[in-house]
Design a protein around this ligand. Structure first.
Ligand code: SF4
Ligand code: SF4
Length: 137
């Protein structure tokens, strides 16, 4: 199964080979969707983890034991249909196919089930029609 997480790295954990340890110790494939980590500073990373459900649970526990903060439900993407002009720019950057122009009208279709909440589409929209709606704390 797959699970999407936002990892918050404290400064002391930035240099850890997280994806390597996940692969070797837990047989978990980690696909990095977004990362903002500067050397010797704290940072965040959105990852999609793939693996056995028990190993995923063990891997999450291990990540937390290493001092990382885990956000399992960062929020969801919302499209403002009133602003959207169906230009398709967002669909060209979407890695999961959650955003696509559909025939015959070539209108933007958003499939929330496929969305990884990687947020790559947000800056791609020239009309600010895409937003991340944060989950309640
Ligand atoms: S956040 Fe945007 S770019 Fe990322 S998967 Fe969801 S719809 Fe696609
Ligand atoms: S980039 Fe913005 S305006 Fe263009 S299709 Fe996507 S949401 Fe609509």
């Amino acid at each position: 199964m797959k699970r999407r997480l936002t990892l918050h790295f404290p400064r002391e954990a930035v240099h850890q080979p997280i994806t390597y340890r996940l692969a070797v110790d837990f047989d978990i494939a980690a696909k990095i969707l977004r990362a903002q980590i500067a050397p010797n500073q704290s940072g965040t990373m959105v990852v999609e983890l793939s693996g056995d459900i028990d190993e995923l649970a063990a891997a999450e526990a291990w990540l937390e034991s290493q001092g990382l903060g885990l956000n399992r439900a960062p929020g969801q993407i919302a499209i403002d249909r009133g602003r959207c002009v169906d230009c398709g720019l967002c669909s060209s950057v979407c890695p999961s196919g959650a955003l696509a122009l559909r025939q015959p009208a070539w209108q933007l279709h958003f499939d929330a089930q496929r969305c990884l909440v990687c947020e790559q589409c947000i800056p791609s929209c020239p009309l600010d029609a895409i937003a991340l709606v944060l989950a309640p704390p």
